[in-house]
Design a protein around this ligand. Structure first.
Ligand code: SF4
Length: 226
């Protein structure tokens, strides 16, 4: 049976609890599944859950060198608290080399190229040798994520994509984080519902689209990872 037929058989997984979906992922792939984490609320919930169902979850972080100080502090706090195997993936180019090759503040002129260099290429390296990746994608985050399934075949990267939180709301995620005292980024309490790199993340007003603070001024809503 080919991968896409197997994935179709797994469609009912979308109705299962995040814990059940994660258990399935670790039983199916063990050390060959990795969690993509940008250390947002969904990601810290995933790490907390994964640490309950697997002894040493593999996690990777795309370290663009442009994250907020608070994000770097959270990465350290999570690594200290949970039994994760954390991989910090750096871009091939330092910020200095990027500026020399493409000019200063590339993010302000060509954010797609900047994301390609600092996120998309490191993501490809992070997934190499793995059979599946786990993400914090939820359907109600954006129209482009509205049809996401708990288990999908990721054509772009050639491996299985597992989205255990796919049916959860933002409130569900925050209930878990607060109930289980999971460390989270304090910027979330200062008007940043979605946190990426410093130059491309702005706070949003109450009631605004949570992702409207990302790449404000550009017709861009995703890094190119999903
Ligand atoms: S989010 Fe902004 S700064 Fe970060 S990699 Fe993408 S364009 Fe560059």
């Amino acid at each position: 049976m080919d991968a896409s037929s197997r994935i179709q058989e797994l469609e009912p997984m979308t109705g299962e609890s995040p814990e059940t979906i994660l258990r399935w992922a670790y039983e199916a792939f063990g050390d060959k599944v990795t969690i993509a984490s940008s250390f947002g609320a969904e990601d810290v919930m995933l790490i907390d859950l994964a640490s309950r169902v697997y002894s040493h979850p593999d996690v990777f972080f795309l370290d663009t060198d442009l994250h907020f100080h608070e994000t770097y502090q959270l990465v350290d706090a999570i690594e200290e608290r949970y039994p994760v195997k954390l991989r910090r993936m750096s871009p091939e180019l330092t910020l200095q080399q990027q500026a020399e090759k493409h000019g200063e503040a590339l993010w302000a002129r060509d954010p797609d190229l900047c994301c390609n260099i600092r996120k998309v290429e490191p993501l490809k390296r992070a997934l190499k040798g793995y059979e599946a990746w786990i993400t914090g994608v939820r359907r109600d985050q954006s129209p482009t994520r509205a049809r996401a399934q708990a288990v999908e075949w990721d054509d772009k990267h050639g491996l299985v994509k597992v989205n255990p939180l796919v049916l959860l709301t933002s409130q569900d995620v925050w209930d878990w984080v607060h109930t289980h005292d999971v460390p989270y980024n304090p910027l979330h309490d200062q008007g940043y519902p979605s946190i990426g790199c410093m130059p491309c993340t702005q706070p949003v007003k109450p009631g605004e689209d949570p992702r409207s603070g990302r790449w404000a001024g550009f017709d861009k809503k995703e890094c190119g990872l999903h």
